[in-house]
Design a protein around this ligand. Structure first.
Ligand SMILES: Cc1cc2nc3c(=O)[nH]c(=O)nc-3n(C[C@H](O)[C@H](O)[C@H](O)COP(=O)(O)O)c2cc1C
Length: 192
């Protein structure tokens, strides 16, 4: 199946993951960057007022009916706002898609991701793979938001997370090594 990995990353974690995942799956990798500087204030405004920041694409965004795997951070419980432009571009009709993230996880999982994706892309995600930095850190003392927010994954951790994601996606999208044992939640698979 033809496949694109489309990624956005502010501090590098999801870039590392996306790079390894694209390599592992033999997928075309398209990177999203922003035209304006990203600040905490802009992030809060984007998330609160549903703003759609200007972005540019690095790589081949040509449409196809294969699978699209979005890789990027979770912000305030939602998908990072720089994906919004491309979600609009890739609305129905289209092939299956999944969202993969290495997010902080200090406050637990991010249960609203699948609902938001469905709303923005007008169809259910085949899978949501929400992996957490908190699981890479010692359990005690309990990691805080600052601990997870400041953590930079290593290239090795990026490769290990990509393998985990590829295994979860394998069964669902018929790509990469097969493993996936996620829970089915309302038509899509959720892996944590
Ligand atoms: C403004 C902001 C809000 C965030 N909100 C969440 C959140 O709701 N849930 C979560 O698990 N992680 C949250 N995080 C943590 C990021 O998802 C995490 O640090 C991620 O690895 C950053 O990815 P990047 O390096 O690719 O930008 C937030 C980070 C920022 C900067």
């Amino acid at each position: 199946m033809k496949m694109n990995v489309i990624s956005y990353s502010l501090t590098g974690n999801n870039d590392r993951l996306a790079h390894s995942l694209a390599e592992l799956l033999g997928a075309e990798h398209v990177r999203i960057t922003e035209l304006k500087e990203r600040t905490i204030k802009r992030t809060a405004f984007d998330m609160l007022f549903n703003r759609n920041p200007e972005v540019e694409y690095h790589g081949n965004m040509e449409r196809h009916n294969g699978a699209v795997i979005f890789v990027g951070p979770v912000w305030m419980g939602g998908v990072a706002s720089p994906f919004r432009d491309c979600f609009k571009k890739l609305r129905k009709p289209g092939g299956p898609y999944a969202f993969v993230s290495i997010s902080g996880g200090a406050d637990g999982p991010n249960p609203k991701l699948a609902g938001e994706l469905k709303k923005r892309l007008r169809r259910e995600p085949a899978a949501v793979v929400d992996m957490h930095i908190v699981d890479l850190l010692p359990a005690e003392p309990k990691p805080t938001r600052d601990d997870t927010g400041n953590y930079q994954i290593t290239e090795e951790e990026g490769r290990a997370l990509a393998k985990r994601a590829a295994a979860s996606l394998g069964e669902i999208l018929q790509v990469g090594p097969t493993a996936g044992e996620g829970q089915s939640e309302g038509g899509h698979h959720v892996f944590r």
